[in-house]
Design a protein around this ligand. Structure first.
Ligand code: NAD
Length: 485
């Protein structure tokens, strides 16, 4: 049991201003596994004040970059030693299978931090640019200021590190608001941030719900909001930031298409889709949930995916054999089951799965891996993000139609193509309007920008672009030559 009585405000464990607490509940058996104080608006005020003072005093923001990088390298070392603990906390809090937590969600934050430290080595923070006036203009890259980082419960450490690492490298102070379902791993990270030697004031962690999150977004002391979560919340946050002319970046939902071409090797395609579409119990923003299959091979594709999904081991997320664990919360279970019912009402063919409970797992928030065939792209199950282990197979005629179907979506986060011909796949990637795209995998690269077209977001994380997201440009013109010269 992980019990916290204090909040991490301005780099110190501090008594909370209120008495409310958040119970962290195991999605597997509904047992309480931890408790943290629920941050209030007064705690937000305290965290913003600490962040503002530290930023304005320059204890971190004006530290030589080399010193900031050295501190973050220490954080990297400390994180590496605790990586298994992060994996276990994430599995306990949100139900991700332990093999996934150990091989993906606990190590990806570490790789992300390491990659940003590498990318930052080549960053020019100040340059002299010959101006049209003949003067050398000083072009500076300065930290954007106090950042509010709001993250969801899925892949929460990775999502957080895509914000924390570049913000701290740039010299920002940062207030993190984890989702109320998953505060424990972020509290562990807070300890490491302190141990690494990040100065007081620079980092705060405020577990809370959306109201307090909105108060943080609106706070006049915050310069930039970096948000990952649902498109609905993203719209709200963007409108507040728009009113206040605050900088913001949004990483939102997706409804990504996997285009299976007529020349694809089905065995390796289906093995790849097991990860690309269903990892993390289907709770991934980049999940490839619309499977576009050529009419010429339609029945074969449906059978192969159905067979793969029937073989999935569903159960206790701490069991290393488990491939699909429970969903994060009852509201998520209800939501996903609602979509499974809706798919049937809309006329899609239920190939496997459904809304029945899973024998032996009645206390957990499980849903059955579910496959729909004969889905039309205008059905709600093909248009809305379900966020669970539910896939839809949609038939297409020719390649042109496949690309059109992939693009016929409110979202534009990710996509993939499965083919024996890499060049053909890359060409299709150029035509699909999404922020990331992969050929024969669901992979993304930490050195490349990540983010969404359309309603999947605004701005980019990762890569050099992810570092730029925490930077303001400043141009300083030096003294002009006297007029009579
Ligand atoms: P959510 O939007 O309900 O909540 C996300 C976070 O925002 C939580 O911390 C929540 O407390 C907070 N929040 C919600 N409304 C807020 C508001 N009005 N003001 C301030 N804070 C607010 O999303 P969720 O259900 O926790 O997460 C799942 C969603 O996140 C999915 O849509 C998924 O696609 C998306 N996601 C996107 C990415 C990406 O990189 N594009 C990555 C992971 C998850």
């Amino acid at each position: 049991m992980h019990i916290y009585k204090e909040l991490f405000i301005g780099g110190r464990w501090t008594a909370p201003s209120g008495n409310d607490t958040i119970d962290v509940i195991s999605p597997h058996n509904q047992e309480i596994i931890g408790q943290v104080p629920s941050a209030t608006e007064a705690d937000v005020d305290a965290a913003v004040s600490a962040a503002r003072s530290s930023f304005d005093a320059g204890v971190w923001s004006r530290k030589p970059v080399g010193e900031r990088l050295a501190t973050l390298l220490r954080l990297h070392e400390l994180y590496e030693r605790r990586v298994d603990e992060f994996a276990e906390l994430q599995t306990g809090e949100m139900g991700a299978p332990i093999t996934f937590s150990k091989t993906v969600t606990s190590v990806s934050p570490l790789f992300t931090l390491g990659t940003f430290l590498d990318v930052a080595k080549n960053m020019q923070w100040e340059e002299l640019r010959p101006g049209v006036s003949g003067l050398d203009i000083i072009v500076r890259r300065e930290p954007v200021g106090v950042v509010a980082a709001i993250v969801p419960w899925n892949a929460q450490q990775f999502t957080l590190m895509t914000k924390l690492a570049p913000a701290l490298i740039a010299g920002c102070s940062i207030i993190i608001k984890p989702a109320p379902e998953t505060p424990l791993d972020t509290n562990l990270l807070a300890d490491l941030i302190r141990e690494a030697g990040v100065p007081d004031g620079v980092v705060s962690v405020l577990p809370a719900g959306r109201e307090v999150g909105e108060y943080l977004v609106s706070h006049p002391g915050v310069d930039k909001v970096s948000f990952t979560g649902s498109t609905a919340a993203g719209r709200k946050i963007a409108s507040i930031c728009g009113q206040q002319l605050k900088r913001f970046s949004l990483e939102l939902g997706g409804k990504s298409a996997a285009i299976i071409l007529d020349d694809a090797d089905l065995e390796s395609t289906v093995a790849g889709l097991k990860f690309a579409s269903l990892a993390n119990n289907g709770q991934m923003c980049v999940a490839q949930t619309r499977i576009l299959a050529p009419q010429t091979r339609y029945a074969e594709v449906v059978d192969a995916i159905g067979e793969m999904m029937s073989s999935l081991v569903v159960g206790d997320p701490f069991d290393p054999a488990t491939e699909v664990g429970p969903l994060v919360a009852q509201r998520q279970q209800d939501r996903v089951n609602g979509y499974i019912r809706l798919g049937q009402e809309e006329g899609a063919r239920l190939v496997m799965g459904g809304t029945d409970t899973i024998a032996g797992q009645e206390r957990g928030w499980y849903v059955q891996p579910t496959l729909f065939a004969d889905v039309r792209n205008n059905m709600r199950i093909a248009r809305e993000e379900i966020f669970g282990p539910v896939l839809s197979v949609i038939p297409y005629g020719d390649e042109e139609e496949a690309v059109n179907l992939a693009n016929d979506s409110e979202y534009g986060l990710s996509g993939s193509v499965w083919t024996a011909d890499n060049d053909r796949g890359v060409d299709i990637g150029r035509r699909v309007r999404t922020g990331t795209f992969s050929v024969n995998s669901g992979m993304m690269d930490l050195k490349a920008p990540f983010g969404g077209f359309k309603s999947s977001g605004i701005g980019r994380e990762l890569g050099i672009e992810g570092l730029h997201s925490y930077i303001e440009y400043k141009s300083i013109t030096p003294t002009p030559a006297p007029l009579d010269e």
